[in-house]
Design a protein around this ligand. Structure first.
Ligand code: ATP
Ligand code: MG
Length: 450
């Protein structure tokens, strides 16, 4: 949406409304970033906003009257219009006990978390309202709490995590006093509802500079509140295949992988099992035997605790499970197809596996060119094999369960599953066998005697 529809709303509400764009939209407009929502603020009370907007033919939904918020539909886009308000006292470190409507704009801006989020742009002209130096901090790419950070982080424990999230999204640094306040307010941050924590961590991971946010989490101690299992990765040294310790490698992989939730969470968690499986062999070489399985367990534990969706958990598990498979040129076509079959079983598309693997290889920080050449060669081969749409699972067999029972002249039982598994092995080896007649011939040879 552009500013046009906002002007129409301003006209509907009248000049005394002091209609302002506030918060993230002002910040993102000035940074030239796209943003999903427009938050508006006004001096008018919510009932008056509703009356006047409706009188002008706009659709209005009373979404949060007690907080002063109504939603107005502008060109089918919902826009929240909130009355200037100040927050009453905070008792639980989560949300204000009450909100007070009918205050001035400055008080409204003063309750906001960071200076770059505490600017207001009047709709239809005049200058930016910026009482806390938001423009200066935008230019300096700095996150600075509005007012005393110790007090602001005592009011609401989500704010420190939001600082890390904005650092990741915007590539900003946190101003020293604001940063120093975080470790002193971990007790408040601990109380934040897990759903809100997940939302922020997820946004942090999907940001443009996720390593900045993750580094802040680790350095401030926030990591230990929600992702304590990851702490041993810091400083966990690896072997000659890696330039970096496990944590630094992880930050690299998170950064390299496309900014989608499944890939980013998998990148964060894929080597979490390394510290717990680290051993040194007789030759002095460091090993991480079984780390994929351990990482898988830790990822499950963490994502379940954070109440992530089941679909995210499944995708992360699939990526972790297969990240340790390193197909080589020496693999036979049959071996490649068996691998494609395992990916299919986990509903993991080849391209996602490949994107993850590429980032994982890059994150090793060594011998890059030969690794990437190998990766591309291998991927072309896997793609070509997959393009022939070979049978990869029991459901792809040219004879289904019913056909096999008929062929055998006996009812289903454990023998059937075993036979299907053997047939699959045969067609993975030679996809040409996957025609009804040829497969029936193989099946007859494999069928157990009655
Ligand atoms: P985005 O929409 O990209 O997540 P945003 O800055 O718009 O970023 P919102 O959660 O939409 O974030 O909140 C809108 C505005 O409300 C913020 O810009 C900020 O001014 C204020 N705000 C949001 N959450 C808090 C909070 N926990 N404490 C203080 N102010 C907040
Ligand atoms: Mg917003």
């Amino acid at each position: 949406m552009t500013w046009g529809p906002l002007l129409r709303l301003k006209e509907a509400l009248g000049p005394e409304a002091e209609l302002m764009v506030v918060g993230g939209a002002v910040r993102d407009e000035r940074l030239g970033r796209s943003h999903a929502d427009w938050d508006l603020a006004t001096r008018l009370l919510p009932q008056v906003v509703m009356e006047r907007a409706r009188a002008a033919g706009l659709r209005v939904i009373p979404t949060g009257l007690q907080h002063g918020t109504v939603t107005v539909l502008l060109e089918d886009l919902p826009v929240e219009v909130t009355t200037f308000r100040s927050d009453g006292g905070y008792l639980d470190g989560r949300r204000p006990e009450s909100v007070r409507l009918g205050v001035g704009l400055e008080e409204d801006l003063a309750r906001r978390d960071f200076t770059i989020n505490a600017m207001a742009q009047p709709v239809g002209g005049s200058d930016l309202v910026d009482p806390f130096g938001g423009q200066r901090d935008l230019a300096a790419r700095t996150l600075r709490a509005v007012g005393d950070p110790l007090q602001r982080f005592a009011e609401d424990g989500l704010r420190p995590l939001r600082a890390c999230r904005f650092a990741s999204q915007l590539g900003f640094t946190v101003e020293p006093a604001t940063l120093a306040a975080i470790p002193l307010r971990l007790g408040v941050a601990r109380k934040v509802a897990v759903e809100r924590v997940f939302t922020e961590l997820d946004k942090l991971l999907r940001g443009d500079e996720p390593h900045l946010g993750l580094t802040l989490l680790a350095e401030s101690g926030l990591l230990d509140l929600w992702l304590a299992e990851l702490r041993p990765m810091l400083g966990c040294l690896q072997n000659r295949h890696h330039r970096h310790d496990v944590w630094t490698h992880t930050l690299e992989v998170v950064r390299q992988v496309p900014a989608e939730a499944g890939l980013r969470w998998a990148a964060l968690l894929h080597d979490a099992g390394k510290p717990g499986t680290r051993s040194t062999g007789p030759d002095g070489e460091v090993h991480f035997h079984g780390h994929e399985a351990r990482s898988l367990e830790l990822a499950e534990t963490i994502l379940e605790r954070l109440r992530s969706s089941l679909s995210l958990r499944r995708e992360v598990a699939a990526l972790i499970r297969h990240h340790g498979t390193h197909p080589t040129e020496a693999w036979s076509d049959a071996a490649c197809r068996r691998f494609l079959g395992r990916l299919a079983e986990d509903s993991l598309p080849l391209e996602r596996w490949a994107a993850f693997r590429l980032a994982d290889q890059r994150g090793k920080g060594l011998d890059l060119e030969s690794r990437l050449d190998g990766h591309q060669g291998l991927l072309s081969r896997l793609r070509a094999l997959a393009a022939a749409a070979p049978p990869l699972a029991v459901r792809d067999l040219a004879l289904d369960g019913a056909a096999l029972m008929k062929l055998a002249g006996r009812p289903g039982g454990p023998w059937l599953g075993e036979l299907q598994r053997q047939l699959l092995v045969a067609v993975l080896d030679d996809p040409g066998l996957n025609r009804a007649e040829a497969l029936a011939e193989v099946a007859r040879k494999l069928m157990p005697p009655d």
